[in-house]
Write a protein that binds this ligand. Sequence first.
Ligand code: SF4
Ligand code: SF4
Length: 616
Amino acid sequence: MKISVLMPALNEAKNIEAAMANALGAFDNMEEDAELLVINDGSTDATAELVQKTAAADKRVVLISHASPQGIGASFWDGVDKATGDIVVMLPGDNENDPWEIFRYSKLLEHVDVVIPFLYNKEVRSLFRNALSFAYRFIINTSFLVYFNYTNGTVLYRKSILKGLPYRSTGFFFQTDILIRLVKAGYLFAEVPYRLGLRRTGVSKAVSFPSLLQVIKGYIRLVKDQYFKSSAETVFSEDSQTLKRRDRNMADLILDGHKLSSHRGRVEAWLRGERVAPITIDCSLTRACNYKCVYCYGQLQTNDEKRMTKEVIFRFLEDAAEIGVKGISFVSDGESTCSPHLYDAILHGKKLGLDMAVGTNGYLLKDERLEEILPALTYLRFNISAGEKERYTEIMGCPPNGFDKICGTIRKCVEIKRRLQLPVTIGMQMVLMPEFADQILPLSKLGRDLGADYLVIKHCSDDEDGTLKVDYDKYARLEGLLKQAEAMTTPEYRVKAKWSKIMSGGKRCYSKCFGPPFIIQLSGSGLVAPCGMLFNSKYAKYHIGNIADTRFKDLWKSERYWEVMNLIASDKFDARTMCGTLCLQHKVNEFLWALKEESEPIPEVPAKEPQHKNFI
Ligand code: SF4
Ligand code: SF4
């Protein structure tokens, strides 16, 4: 990684040559590429000429000149803008610092984003200076609830993380300002011991009345921004080590793709023509719903109503576990919280060894039972397609108190998850119709404020007749907004647009459908069909049976089951013309099509398993 050293200098003619020589000498000892940008901040002595002379002899030196003094912070930021390195560090032109003392820690930026030095030879400074430093540190640490040992040293930054800062302090407070904003945003840092040298000549400009005034002003601004949010917030850098480490620690949370590669054995068996059990069953415990979302696909899935009694549900779960199903999600078709058996079903499924998950609008979810079910769930995802109360009520067709109830329930889930240290993922899902674009940013911010693990923004599916009137061409215009939303990602919260589907224009690359043997759907009526798009009674020729009448394991073993699966996987079926858009099985279908029809090799099982791997 290339290091850019930024050296502000104001009337440092007596020290600057030695400071530059020291920095260049330290460069010679490093394996990394480096550059030295000297920012002459309106000096009236020979500082600029001396720097120019060195720059003429050494290409690593660059002179930046200010016509008049603009401040040490302004000089630093000017240097950041012109630096070509990956790491930036400020070394004052007064030659007080030994460059090698800080360069030695540059490799730490492969693990954190900021390296903060603290002095271990405080005796080189006067008692007064040390006392002042102690008081300053005490005020900063107490005001912002941090525990820094020192904030005004030669800090090493990964340059990309500085770009997202919403404010640039120009005075002596700039270094503290940057550190507080970065650390409060969640960036990882390391503190390292550092030995300070002695000034050769002159006095430090850091302790003076004008610099004190600048510090007070900067402090007030920072307090306002941190506690009263008067300015924009820090945008997290995707290029940071903090995010990379978070991703490694959380394993991979795949929000735009599939996880079938993690089930190589079952894919191989299917390729050999064996009758495999589904890995995931997506279903509902009822066809009812207490909401009327304008984008609801469930309304297009009308079929015969049968009662999903507790006995039927338990029998189904037992069968699923027996034949080798791995994960059951109560997501599709109806709203499973309308069933009185939801809580028992989750706990029973988990006891049988199944991974359990729920997708819900959350209105009827009983807060008092969350502590009981969250330990049994792999994920709990809230269907929430607006971030403002009025728009939420309008888009989701719910009672006016719906928004507050859901926000309260999400908060409660997050609190329980953190308190009990549960692995469950608390997610939010926005079904995006182009006309809801105004809600993308408010909802992204809401998810972060509520403490959710992620917000996924997905397209709206439509049937083959275009009943929901989704205009897929309009999605392309939302790219900028969606990218802005994704920039709200932090180490604890991820915003992800399902780009692969949103930008697909609703089109398919495959004609045969191979996905349902791996991920099948059941209607809230008990109907078993390959997928939700075929639930409607008009597709009766694809209906396999009903678990209220026949045990699921018997349906799975039946000739009818495999007749239907073979039919949709044959030339007699064309998903491009006969199906609605972007079904649940779409990504799995693309993957299997490439294996079966284009002879692509089966990818290796990923070294680190993705999260939620049994919900493919
Ligand atoms: S909450 Fe789900 S099932 Fe209910 S209306 Fe909305 S999209 Fe449809
Ligand atoms: S491609 Fe068609 S049949 Fe296959 S899962 Fe999707 S909607 Fe259903």
